[in-house]
Structures are given as structure tokens and as C-alpha cells.
Design a protein around this ligand. Structure first.
Ligand code: SF4
Length: 668
């Protein structure tokens, strides 16, 4: 029998976006393996990636539209589903206009065509939609204020570094394909320092681990800057020729004496001094910045303060240097405006993404009358999720497109069975690390009645008699979306299809090598007038996190930092892997366990001001004292949905969730 090998990519919201080969026989998937032609990810797939096939065929996969009647779901056909949506949409549009429609989406599936949902709402006249993100927007905003855009050094360039500081990132769990490059750099003599409040699995490969106090990374960066300036270890040429705003920054940083920084960060003065001197003298030195440190209320300024270290020491635009956070080279060459339907001149009402509950509850002119959710599980993933659950009840009709009956799907009125990768053609690219595009062909039929969003939304647009939503010809849509890429590089969709995984020409260049930045004045901005104009302050100041610094709350007994990192084997709320972990655990430092009179294995309840979860106490010195760590992603039914506890607070810039600015207490 003929076995076909198809090129595709892991669709999960992951730094690595591994290229994959799948073997298909008679429309049946046989195997999945890494595509060796992708030089970064070609050697292996992680467990999450290998589980993709099991997820596609999982018995719990949603296969039919489901409509809730009298509190329980009933299987219906697509005609009835579309009629129900058309009826509610027409009613909402007639009574309140397009802003009464709220479209919530996220990165649960990385294919480009899924973005066409936004175009559908544009064809209806517009909608209410978020700005910012739950994950990384503070860091993105920060780097845009500093550099003008967000670019990372290529993986291979780590081999040129003499020192690598991994700051708040845990590649051992979240970016496994970075590890060989770090090890290779070490073999060539680079030292690796990990800065993180949690002694994560990445600490095992670091030469030095520095446990900074939660939320104080910005103070550490400013204290290092003060030390570098005081010792004259700064790069005067870079500062004079390629930056602006240095004098204001210098004055501000000067307030961070060693003693003050030590008291803010919980580190010994000599640790801070050595770190500053090592970073400034071990040229070139690379900063690998993670998402964790910008999940505090001061997260954007923290990333700005870390970026400034690279500028201060001239570690920008040079091999082995950089302040690598994310990478928007391809993203900039994809026409979002077409996918979003900007040509249809929609009206939009915006709210900060973490504030979904507030938006639903407080928008009144018009109110939110129809909610459509896709690629997302907000009832698990948005802070203060009990508050969001209450807000959901105010919306007359909630529709969720999903693969599984998530918490959000379960709380919806209509659930639509979405297609997954391999069941529809799509194009994938990465805005987090490497710059490969992968064309993913359709190679199997979707199960039962699963349908691609752009197909059923086209039918819905026809039912509603709305023009402007395109015919479902994926390759034409994809070619249109990558027109800017084609115009810049000459590469066509056909060529990407033929040569997938396709490395963007220049995708491995060193960012900012010409020392010309994309800021308003073309320089690196120690002080950003744009940030000042945006009302977030021009300098990368340090402010204590709002809740972690709340003394009253601490006096009430909420004295532990509650932190919810990614599990190695799960992405966000995709904890429903067929053989995934089944018992939620709360990790505590031995001292905290002793303080609470707890032994490992005891069931505890963890409370914040907003809600609680149940988990099994697990004692580990990997977590800092006075902290409770529970991996994110648990669904309600597990009893350990972490975002019942976290706040819906936004960060200082970027409209992103300040998940880690959360205090809790423990009950036996
Ligand atoms: S989850 Fe990430 S590391 Fe794992 S296979 Fe997918 S892209 Fe690769």
C-alpha cells in the first residue's frame, strides 16, 4: 500500500514550532516524526508534539455541532447550528449594531487561515475585540519602545557568546530545541547564568543560578546598570552614536545602589556586583529573555530595564550579543490587515485582553450580546476566571469553536467542532524564535462533521447576506496574505510549498547590525518619547508589583507568591493529553511546608482573594521559600484551575495579564 510522507508543523503555541513529517496511508495517519530539513528542530519532537496524533484521534474530540438546551448539550446538524448563529447575529446587529458582537481568540492553533475569522466579523461591520495578550505583550511593547521592533538573534549565534544570561525563561521545558545551542556555546567556553525565582529544569545546565525575588528583576537590571556605569564599563561609542536618552536613564539608574538593589532583589551585594561586571566585561554577552519576568504588573518596564543593559554595554547588533525575546521578522511580512478585513472598514471597540469579564459586564452602549470564541479557552486561561464565569452568564448567546469540551466550550450555548492541523491546508510561521515558514498540506479528512472555520463562516456570511467574506479557496487566501513577503523576497506560496520548511531570507541575520533602529529617532531609546506619549513613562523604572507589595493583604494572611508556570508536557490548557498528569500538585519550599505544618502528599487548598484550588502539597527546594507553584492549564473539573486565583490585572504596558502578581495563602 502506498504510504505518503507529508510535511507539516506542530501547531501548538510553542517557541519551537517544530517542522514535522507525517506518514499517511489511505487517509489514515501512521506516524509523526521531526523533519530533518528544519535545522533547529529537525532531530526530535517533544512529548507534546508527539501527542498531536493522539489528540487528533482522541475519543473525546468534538465531532458534531452541539446546542445547549435546558442545560445540556444536544447534537445538531450544521444547518441548525448556522441558523441558530444567524438568528442571534441578525438580532444583535439589528438591535445594537456590530459592537455588540465580541470575538475572542488566542494562539491555541497557529495556522494563518484561522485568522480569517476576524475578516468575517469585519464583513458584519466590525466587533468588540481585545488588545494585548495574556502571555507576552508587555515584553513586546517594551522592546518596541526600546528598539522599534522585536527581533531575536538566531539560535546558532549563541555559539559566539562568551556569556549567556537566561533571564526568566525555562527552555528545558518550553523551548527544548534551544538547549543544544546553549550546550554548544558552553563547549566553546561560554558561561551560562540563569536568573529566575524558580530553580527550573534549565538550572541543571547553567553554570550559575541566581534566585531573584519575584517581580524584582527590573530592580536587579537597574542595580546592574548603576554598577556598570559606576565602574566605567559602558560602551561609550554605542551610547553616543546609536542611542538616545542616556543621561535621563543614567540619572534614574544611579538611585539603585548596591544595598538598595540587594534589599529589593533579595540577593547579596556581591552577587549583583559580580553579575554586572561579568555581563559588562564578557563581551559578547547574550541576553535570552523569557516570558515569566514580564507577567508581573511591572513586566514591561522590567523588560525595558533588561534591554537597556544590552545597550549600555554595546551588546546590540553584534554576534553573540543581543536581548532576544521574540522575533517578528516574518510576522511583519504577513498581511494581517487583509486577514482582519481592514479593507472592509470595520468599526471596533477594544478592551485589554485580561479584562474580558469587565468588558462583558461593563460595556453597555452597546452591551455584549453575542460572544464567539475560537482557538482559546478563556474560562481556564484568563485571570479571575470565576469572575469571567459569572460574566459569561450575562451574554445571551456564546459560541465556541473547539476540538474538545473545554471549560469554555462547556459554558457555551453552541459548540462547533473545529478542524485541526492536517485536516485543512494552512501556513505556519513563528514569531517567537526561528524564522522558518512551513506549509502544511491537508492530508486527512476531518472526523465526522468537523469543519474549517473559514468554510462554515462563509456559509454563515451567505445566510446573513453579507458581502466581503472570501470564498474558501485556501491557497488563494494564503497567497494574498503573504503578498508583502512575496514583494520583499520574491518567494511565492508555491515555492514555500515546494521548499517547506522555508527559511526567510535574512532570517538568520544579526538584528540591528547596522545600528539603525525602528524607533522614531532611529536610535536605541533609553528614554522613549513614544512610551511617554502612550502614558506609560519614558524611562524603564522599577515599581514594586502591585499585589506582591500589598502589605494589607499580607497581614490578612495572603503571604505567599502564587506562580503558575508551564508544565513540560502541556501547552496552556491542553492538559488533556491522553496520558497526561492526573493529580494537580502544589509545590512548596521545605521551609514553607514546615511553616504550614505540612508534609508532602497532603491535600491542601490554596486561596487568593479571588478564588481557591485544591492540590496535593509537594515539597521541593526548586521553588523559593514563601511561594506556591501550580502548573497552569488545569481545567475546572480537576479542582486546580489556577486562574481562579490569579488577577485580571494588566501589566504596565502592552495590555497583558499580570498573572504572577498574585498572593495566596494555604489551608489544610
Ligand atoms: S510542542 Fe514545541 S517543542 Fe514540542 S513538538 Fe511542538 S513545537 Fe516542538
Amino acid at each position: 500500500m502506498l504510504i505518503k510522507t507529508i510535511k507539516t508543523t506542530c501547531p501548538l503555541d510553542c517557541w519551537d514550532q517544530c517542522a514535522m513529517l507525517v506518514e499517511v496511508e489511505k487517509g489514515r495517519l501512521l506516524s509523526i516524526s521531526p523533519d530533518p530539513e528544519q535545522k533547529i528542530t529537525g532531530k526530535y519532537l517533544c512529548r507534546k508534539g508527539r501527542q498531536n496524533l493522539a489528540r487528533l484521534n482522541h475519543p473525546d474530540r468534538l465531532r458534531y455541532p452541539l446546542l445547549k438546551k435546558n442545560g445540556s448539550f444536544k447534537r445538531i446538524g450544521w444547518n441548525e447550528a448556522l441558523q441558530a448563529m444567524a438568528c442571534h447575529l441578525s438580532d444583535a446587529l439589528a438591535r445594537f449594531g456590530p459592537l455588540s458582537l465580541l470575538h475572542y481568540h488566542d494562539g491555541g492553533y497557529g495556522g494563518l487561515l484561522k485568522n480569517l475569522e476576524s475578516r468575517f466579523f469585519s464583513a458584519l461591520g466590525g466587533c468588540t475585540e481585545h488588545r494585548g495578550s495574556l502571555c507576552w505583550a508587555a515584553g513586546l511593547a517594551a522592546q518596541r519602545y526600546d528598539f522599534g521592533e522585536v527581533y531575536s538573534h538566531p539560535h546558532e549565534d549563541l555559539a559566539n557568546a562568551r556569556l549567556i544570561i537566561i533571564w526568566g525563561r525555562n527552555p528545558a521545558h518550553t523551548q527544548p530545541h534551544l538547549l543544544p545551542f546553549i550546550r554548544q556555546a558552553q563547549k566553546k567556553g561560554a558561561r551560562v547564568i540563569l536568573i529566575d525565582p524558580l530553580r527550573t529544569a534549565t538550572a541543571a545546565l547553567a553554570d550559575e543560578y541566581i534566585r531573584v525575588k519575584p517581580g524584582s528583576d527590573g530592580a536587579l537590571a537597574l542595580g546592574m546598570a548603576a554598577m556598570i556605569i559606576e565602574k566605567g564599563l559602558l560602551d561609550r561609542d554605542f551610547i553616543a552614536t546609536a542611542s538616545s536618552g542616556f543621561e535621563r536613564y543614567r540619572t534614574m539608574a544611579a538611585a539603585f545602589s548596591l544595598n538598595k538593589t540587594a534589599s529589593l532583589t533579595g540577593l547579596a551585594p556581591e552577587v549583583i556586583e559580580n553579575l554586572a561586571v561579568d555581563y559588562a566585561t564578557a563581551k559578547p554577552a547574550a541576553l535570552v529573555i523569557g516570558i515569566g519576568l514580564q507577567r508581573h504588573s511591572n513586566g514591561g518596564n522590567t523588560v525595558r530595564a533588561v534591554d537597556a543593559l544590552a545597550a549600555l554595554t554595546g551588546n546590540i547588533g553584534v554576534r553573540g550579543g543581543g536581548a532576544s525575546y521574540a522575533n517578528f521578522q516574518i510576522s511583519r511580512l504577513v498581511d494581517d490587515s487583509f486577514l482582519n478585513g481592514e479593507d472592509l472598514q470595520p468599526i471596533r471597540r477594544r478592551y485589554p485582553k485580561p479584562g474580558l469579564a469587565k468588558a462583558i459586564s461593563e460595556f453597555s452602549d452597546p452591551p455584549v450580546d453575542f460572544l464567539y470564541i475560537s482557538r482559546a479557552n478563556p474560562l481556564t486561561q484568563v485571570g479571575d476566571s470565576d469572575g469571567l464565569r459569572r460574566a459569561f452568564k450575562r451574554v445571551p448567546f456564546v459560541v465556541t469553536a473547539e476540538h474538545f469540551m473545554t471549560d469554555t466550550a462547556n459554558a457555551s450555548d453552541l459548540v462547533l467542532p473545529a478542524t485541526a492541523f492536517l485536516e485543512t491546508e494552512d501556513l505556519f510561521y513563528n514569531s517567537m524564535s526561528h524564522q522558518y515558514l512551513v506549509y502544511s498540506a491537508k492530508c486527512i479528512e476531518p472526523p465526522a462533521e468537523c469543519r474549517p472555520e473559514y468554510v462554515y463562516l462563509r456559509d454563515l456570511a451567505l445566510l446573513l447576506d453579507k458581502e466581503g467574506f472570501p470564498a474558501p479557496e485556501p491557497d488563494r487566501l494564503l497567497a494574498r496574505a503573504i503578498e508583502p513577503l512575496t514583494n520583499k523576497t520574491g518567494v511565492t506560496l508555491e515555492e514555500i510549498r515546494e521548499n517547506s520548511p522555508y527559511l526567510l531570507p535574512g532570517g538568520n541575520d544579526i538584528p540591528w547590525a547596522g545600528r539603525v533602529f525602528e524607533t522614531a529617532d532611529g536610535r536605541y531609546n533609553f528614554y522613549s518619547p513614544t512610551a511617554e506619549n502612550d502614558g506609560v513613562g519614558g524611562l524603564p523604572v522599577y515599581r514594586e508589583p502591585v499585589e506582591l507589595g500589598d502589605k494589607k493583604l499580607r497581614r490578612e494572611g495572603y503571604c505567599y507568591w502564587f506562580v503558575t508556570p508551564h508544565h513540560r508536557d502541556s501547552i496552556h490548557s491542553s492538559h488533556r493529553l491522553p496520558d497526561g498528569e492526573v493529580t494537580p500538585k502544589a509545590y512548596l519550599h521545605p521551609r514553607t511546608a514546615e511553616q504550614e505544618g505540612l508534609k508532602g502528599g497532603e491535600k491542601i487548598t490554596v486561596w487568593s482573594k479571588r478564588g481557591c484550588l485544591q492540590a496535593v502539597a509537594t515539597v521541593s527546594d526548586r521553588v523559593p521559600p514563601d511561594a506556591v507553584v501550580v502548573y497552569e492549564g488545569w481545567w475546572y473539573e480537576s479542582g486546580a484551575a489556577v486562574n481562579k486565583l490569579t488577577p485580571a490585572r494588566t501589566t504596565d504596558m502592552g495590555c497583558q495579564a499580570a498573572f504572577y502578581d498574585c498572593l495566596c495563602r494555604i489551608e489544610k
